[in-house]
Ligand binder design. Structure first.
Ligand SMILES: O=C(O)C(=O)C[C@]1(C(=O)O)C=C[C@@H](O)C=C1
Length: 360
C-alpha cells in the first residue's frame, strides 16, 4: 500500500540521519588525510582527485539523481571536507554577485574564504603575494572572444593555471523599478555591455552606456539611482535589492565564459593526470614564413588535439605575436610529452601556463 506524506517524511528523516552519520565519517577521514598532508608538507587541494571522485560517482550513479546533481552535491561535500583540512582563500573580481564569484563557488564549493578584488590585476597580485591561495579570472567569452587583460597577466605572472570553469552567462537588466521606462544610463563591465549590445540598441537606444569595473559594481550603483540600470547576474540583483526589469538580455542565448583558476606553483603542484586533462601554453615563433604552420605540425604528428589557438601582439613593435594554445591530454602521456618537446624546439619563447583537469 502507498505510504502517506507523514510516513514518507519519517522515512526521509531516517535517511537524512544516516547521511549525516556517513558525511561526518567522511569528514573525519578527510581530517586524517589533512594531518598526513600537513606532516609531509603537501597541499590540501587536489583538483584531479576531486575530478576523479565526481567522475567515478557519476559513472556509478544508478539515478534518479542526475549526473549534474551528483557533481553539485559532491563539490559541496568536498568543499566542506577541504575547509576542515585548511581554509582556501579565493580572490576574484568583486564585489559579491559577479560571475567571477559564481565561477569561484562553482569550482571550490561554498566553504571558502572570499577575497573580492577591484580588478583582474589585483586578483593576480593577491594570489602572487599570498593574501589569497587562489585567483579566478575570466579568460574567454563565447560572444566577445578573449579577455585580453587576463591573457597578458598570465604571460607575465608567476602564477599557473590549475583548473578551469565554464559558466553559462545570463545577463539581466537590473534596476529599482520593474519596467524599462525612464532609464537614462546602463552601467556594466565593458564585456557585458558588448554581449548585450543588440538588445540595448533595440530596447534602450537612447540610454547612455557607461563602463564600470564590474557588473556587480554597476548593479550596486543602480541601487542608488532610479534612472540607472545595471547588467548583471540574478545573484547581484538580490544582493542589491533590484528588480529584473528584463530577463536574459545577452545577444547569444548560449553565451558562456571560461574562467581560469590560478595559484603559485608552491600552493599547488601541477595536478596529476585525471583522465580528462588540458595543457595551456603560450609561445612565440621567429617572424618568418611558415613558422606558425610549423608549430602545429608536432601536434598533428603525435595525434594531440588542439582546443584553442589565440594570438596577442607581443608589443615589440615588430608585428610579432604570442600564441596561446590549449591541447588535450597530460604531459605524463608519452604522445603529449613528445608533441610538446617537438613544439618547444621550434619556439623562440615557450611557457607552460598550466596542466589541469578539463572543465565540463
Ligand atoms: O583525497 C584527498 O587528498 C583529500 O584531501 C580528500 C578530499 C575529499 O574530500 O575527498 C578533500 C580535498 C582534496 O582536494 C581532495 C579530496
Amino acid at each position: 500500500m502507498a505510504k502517506n506524506l507523514g510516513e514518507l517524511r519519517t522515512a526521509i528523516d531516517a535517511v537524512d540521519r544516516e547521511l549525516l552519520a556517513l558525511l561526518n565519517r567522511r569528514a573525519a577521514l578527510a581530517g586524517q588525510v589533512g594531518e598526513l598532508k600537513r606532516a609531509e608538507g603537501s597541499t590540501v587541494f587536489r583538483p584531479e582527485r576531486e575530478a576523479q571522485v565526481i567522475h567515478g560517482l557519476q559513472q556509478a550513479n544508478p539515478g534518479p539523481l542526475k549526473a549534474g546533481n551528483v557533481a553539485t552535491i559532491w563539490r559541496e561535500i568536498m568543499s566542506a571536507c577541504r575547509a576542515l583540512e585548511a581554509p582556501q582563500r579565493v580572490a576574484y573580481l568583486g564585489p559579491a554577485g559577479t560571475f567571477s564569484e559564481q565561477a569561484a563557488l562553482h569550482f571550490f564549493g561554498s566553504s571558502i574564504e572570499h577575497v573580492p578584488c577591484v580588478s583582474f590585476d589585483e586578483v593576480f597580485h593577491a594570489a602572487a603575494a599570498g593574501t589569497a591561495d587562489f585567483g579566478v579570472v575570466p579568460v574567454e567569452n563565447s560572444t566577445e572572444g578573449v579577455v585580453t587583460r587576463s591573457l597578458d597577466l598570465l604571460l607575465q605572472s608567476p602564477l599557473h593555471i590549475v583548473g578551469e570553469v565554464s559558466l553559462l552567462v545570463r545577463h539581466h537588466l537590473l534596476r529599482l523599478a520593474p519596467s524599462l521606462g525612464g532609464i537614462e544610463a546602463v552601467l556594466a563591465h565593458p564585456q557585458a555591455l558588448a554581449q548585450c549590445q543588440g538588445w540595448l540598441n533595440k530596447h534602450l537606444p537612447g540610454a547612455e552606456r557607461r563602463a564600470v569595473a564590474s557588473n556587480a559594481e554597476g548593479a550596486r550603483l543602480a541601487a542608488g539611482n532610479p534612472a540607472w540600470a545595471g547588467i548583471a547576474s540574478e545573484r547581484a540583483g538580490s544582493e542589491f535589492g533590484l528588480h529584473l526589469a528584463a530577463h536574459a538580455i545577452q545577444d547569444d542565448a548560449f553565451n558562456r565564459t571560461r574562467f581560469a583558476v590560478v595559484c603559485l606553483p608552491q600552493t599547488l603542484e601541477a595536478p596529476r593526470a585525471s583522465g580528462r586533462d588540458c595543457v595551456s601554453l603560450v609561445v612565440s615563433v621567429p617572424n618568418r614564413p611558415g613558422a606558425v604552420h610549423d608549430i602545429l605540425v608536432p601536434l598533428k604528428r603525435h595525434g594531440v588535439s588542439m582546443t584553442r589557438f589565440e594570438s596577442r601582439p607581443a608589443r615589440s613593435g615588430q608585428w610579432e605575436y604570442f600564441f596561446y594554445i590549449d591541447v588535450q591530454g597530460h604531459p605524463s602521456q608519452p604522445h603529449v610529452a613528445a608533441a610538446l618537446q617537438d613544439l618547444q624546439s621550434l619556439c623562440a619563447f615557450y611557457k607552460v601556463l598550466g596542466t589541469y583537469p578539463a572543465g565540463e
